[in-house]
Design a protein around this ligand. Sequence first.
Ligand code: AGP
Length: 613
Amino acid sequence: MCGIVGYVGNRSIVKTLLDGLKRLEYRGYDSAGLALLEADKIQVVKTIGKVKNLENRILNEYGEIEIAGPSAGIAHTRWATHGAPSERNAHPHLDSSGRFAIVHNGIIENYLELKSHLQGKGRVFVSETDSEVLAHLIAECYEGDLLSATAAALKKVHGTYGIAVIAVTDPGTIVVARHGSPIVIGVGNGETLIASDVSAIAAYTQRVIYLNDGDLAKITAETIDIRNIENIPVSREIAHIDWNPEAAEKSGYDHFMLKEICEQPEAVANAIRGRMDKGSATAILAGLNMTTREMAQVNRIVIAACGTSLHAGMVAQYFFEELASIPVDVEQAAEFRYRNPIIEPNSLVIPISQSGETADTLAAVREAANKGAIVAALCNVVGSTIARESGRGIYLHAGPEIGVASTKAFTCQVSVLLMMALLFGRNRRLSREDGLKIIDDVNSIPGLISQVLERKEAIEKIAKKYAGAKDFFYIGRGCLYPVALEGALKLKEISYIHAEGYHAAELKHGPIALLEAGVPVVALANNIPGKDKMIGNIQECHARQSPVIATATDGDNEIAGIADDVIWIPECSKFAAVVPTVVALQLLAYYIAKERGCEIDQPRNLAKSVTVE
Ligand code: AGP
């Protein structure tokens, strides 16, 4: 959840660190800081609030940003887990001598025990954080080699970490280590960068090394020495990241979220490109690395995910069960990891994660692997931990998703999952004709999204009408039921309005007691199976004076006649309808949040990647 950046090289270190932190702002944070390694001391500057505050503090203290002299620097944006947001709890943290500085992402579970031991040895702590113990511990373990001292210190630690360390003893050097929180090394020409997320360094290099759990590395401007915690050298390949830094900029949109909503036709086109074969009426998903026989032996699918990715998994249950007749369980990843799930050897476990770093989903991967399941991940970030530890799976190719509220990842996940269901269906009883129909459905998705995007002004008008509401309900049936959950999540995430998603039939089992004038209901009444029941649900809501915003298939005057407002969705199949409908709800949430003057890209309390449990 925290952001880490480090730099060694000939550029302005402060400017490079601040630039990196700004590219990590979307991860969510409450304070920021940096440490500069000078000849005989470490300078630390940290502030609460935005990175801009840190930049202003540096200007006030140094008079400029282009500070000459430091041989290395590390920086951090913090999302508080231990200790309230404050300057003294912000990272970097120093040891008592001020000769060692660290930044940390993760949780040190035995920090109180370590802190007590270190205080007993005279070490003075200044913060309430768990992370500070690392600075004192490394200083305690130092016997002349910074990487060895870091390894020795980390052997005493229980918990998760991605850390970067600098020390007066080692000019021009940064030591990094990872266990449970990502660290990536950017390989430059005469410069080396480190970060918790590739988006912080993509502007400087497209060549990166992803550390594995248990890896440490000592980096200088010219060298990268990677070892395991036993100080044995390990080799890690240099990956080439497939997106340019401009893609991670706003490209003229007011918010990353709107940019990412509007680039969904292209993102989905990238997700499906080259992955379907009309000749065989099936999908080509080589990343699954499964023979047709292995696929035929799968007798159960378990999907584990969180948040929006969980909703995509819920949609996929309808796809797999109808197209491939495979029973599917969809599990909240945290629940899956702790409830000792029943996994048989022929279970296929599909973790879904845009970031590929969500702690609970990563733990679900490990739980499934320990029980002998085939694990195939759906991730967007190439080389992410979940992708690498799953060993097989499918990348979304959606491009960087910077807005905390996930949009294009969801539509790409649903599109890929529909192709997976096609593949498994054609591996079983799905006919060639039906397979071709699914291929047409998938190919139609980018165009359906474009049609909805052309209607954003009408959606904005509806959004402005209801932006003052304090509560919303979203209801749907069939594979639009998870879309109702997703629409409610989008609204609450970015507008801070209380919104609940329900199966439409569930309303009368209690929630309907909350309906009254001023409590709008978004009813997903597209012309697909279940629409007739939705008519009854809309009337139930009206009987309680709730205004109804309905999604309806173009030309459906029956729905238009009973809803207060209609968001029109192009005619399409029941499976394809998931995507244009969710895009409409993304826009509805966006325009309501914009009308309310909300932050949108970095909503309060939220982070883009929940890398701690
Ligand atoms: C979605 O808008 C949220 N930002 C959040 O629910 C997110 O989907 C969830 O944290 C899972 O993230 P992942 O897909 O990166 O694992």
